[in-house]
Design a protein around this ligand. Structure first.
Ligand SMILES: Cc1ncc(COP(=O)(O)O)c(C=O)c1O
Length: 486
């Protein structure tokens, strides 16, 4: 039995008195409950490395004062009839308490203590168009369970650190091969670091490349998760607008702007508008980055889903100068709770990133990395993506048709034929929050785009995730939404 009491052989008070006091306090504070069995005198003596007589003396004292009782043949117990007023367990706060006001947060901590959310909450309604959620019911969970248990049974090294904070080498090789043919990323496994989802990748980039006061160019609107990480580090954000061809690169290359340390972009499916960064703009951005020594963070979060045309090669694959850090994730193609993503780094940054990963959390869980390696190398990943691409394509079409049939020309669909969400502009006299409220009353969850804007949003823009909803739910959801906004 674990029994956490501490005694000090060098303290002036005799040992039996110390044991007595510790036990009495544990009973009064409710850590030892009425009726709970105490260890035998022999085992407690062994545990505390004192003589058995010391423990017997302290138990006798507690027995004589009524804190303990013995049951012949069974042992020593905390007395069941302790007067209630003796028992005053230290209150356990039922809710998270606000931080003690005397604790002074770091600049990083202070920047996170405001009320603005880091991600809009998932709406708890019957039909939720929450973005970023794959079709969970389509994930081959039985197969995944088999792969996990294959490694649980055969490996004991899943239990220890591997001292390889870069991640499991065969997984890095499998990812390098996969992104080289699917995204035209040029890399060796040695340039890859496995991270806890792309968010950890962004966090490590932020810590390692950004100092307080540095200027970071971000898409406007753009991904809140990245923006908040940069702001928490004390960066100044330089918003660059987005049109139907993605980031307006000329705002960086042809204007007088502050010295930019990093540019964060989502080129294959701009978040949230859905625009795809055109090839000429990609080349212009890369040339500018090379000339100015600016690093580009390419967040390729849902690039697997492009319906119809072939995807444009990743910026990383077009880059000739080591200016791009590529961020990939399995959250969208598999499931977000997996918490596995990867960074593809220019060679000269790998060492410092591996060290930062070790300091942050040592390594990602190897059991999942083993299973994922098999999932990729045995062809399940590509099969799953193919299946989901066709399913999401249908769901997207259903959503588009449904929106047009219920809203007519009161709706404008933004973005390209890609990804797992649509951004729409609804022509309405209502405010964004009113739209959300009316939708929720009708049992439909939608999210406004305005939190993704750094400056003022034009309003009436909404992000509709569709990957998780079947066709009937999509029809129903849009129908209810249009009725609610009539
Ligand atoms: C654009 C973008 N990047 C990154 C992420 C983070 O994903 P994860 O940390 O789960 O890989 C998200 C999540 O929604 C996202 O929308």
């Amino acid at each position: 039995m674990d029994f956490a009491i501490s005694i000090n052989p060098n303290a002036p008070s005799p040992l039996h008195r110390q044991v007595y006091e510790e036990l009495r306090q544990a009973i009064l504070a409710g850590r030892l409950k009425p009726g709970e069995r105490l260890p035998s005198t022999r085992s407690l003596a062994q545990l505390l490395e004192v003589s058995r007589a010391t423990i017997t003396q302290s138990y006798d004292l507690l027995l004589s004062e009524g804190y303990l009782e013995t049951i012949v043949g069974s042992g020593t117990f905390v007395c069941r009839q302790l007067p209630d007023d003796l028992l005053s367990p230290a209150p356990i706060p039922s809710k998270l308490q606000p931080a003690n006001s005397s604790v002074s947060l770091s600049a990083y901590g202070a920047s996170l203590s405001d009320k603005a959310f880091l991600r809009p909450p998932k709406s708890e309604v019957e039909i939720s168009f929450t973005y970023g959620r794959p079709a969970f019911d389509q994930f081959p969970i039985d197969l995944w369970r088999k792969l996990l248990s294959r490694h649980c049974h055969s490996q004991t090294d899943v239990l220890d650190y591997t001292y390889d904070s870069q991640g499991y080498q065969p997984l890095r090789e499998a990812i390098a091969a996969y992104i080289s043919h699917s995204r035209a990323v040029k890399c060796h496994a040695e340039q890859i670091i496995i991270v806890g989802g792309s968010q950890q990748g962004i966090d490590l980039i932020t810590r390692l490349l950004i100092d307080r006061g540095d200027w970071i160019a971000v898409e406007e609107p753009g991904y809140l998760g990245a923006r908040r990480a940069f702001l928490a580090q004390g960066a100044s954000l330089y918003p660059v607008s987005v049109d139907q061809s993605g980031l307006v690169v000329s705002s960086l290359t042809k204007k007088i702007i502050p010295p930019i340390k990093l540019v964060y972009v989502t080129p294959s499916h701009q978040f949230p508008t859905g625009a795809v960064l055109s090839l000429p703009r990609r080349l212009e951005l890369l040339a500018w980055a090379q000339k100015t020594g600016t690093m580009i963070i390419e967040d390729d979060y849902d690039s697997e889903y492009r319906y119809g045309e072939r995807p444009i090669p990743a910026l990383q694959g077009l880059d000739q100068s080591g200016s791009v850090i590529y961020v990939g994730t399995f959250s969208k193609v598999l499931f977000p709770a997996l918490r596995l993503g990867y960074l593809v780094l220019p060679q000269n940054l790998v060492y410092v990133f591996a060290r930062a990963k070790w300091l942050a959390d040592r390594q990602c869980s190897f059991l999942e990395q083993y299973a994922l390696t098999d999932f990729i190398t045995e062809g399940h990943l590509e099969r799953h993506i193919r299946r989901m691409r066709s399913l999401y394509d249908q769901r997207r079409q259903t959503l588009v048709n449904s929106l047009f049939s219920h809203f007519g020309d009161r709706v404008k669909i933004l973005g390209e034929n890609a990804g797992m969400h649509l951004m729409v502009k609804i022509d309405t006299h209502l405010s964004d929050d009113e739209v959300i409220q009316l939708a929720a009353i009708a049992g439909v969850g939608i999210q406004a785009a305005y939190p993704q804007y750094l400056k003022d949003s034009p309003g009436h823009e909404f992000i509709l995730g569709y990957a998780e909803l079947n066709e009937q739910q999509i029809h129903q959801g849009v129908k209810r939404l249009s009725k609610a906004l009539e």
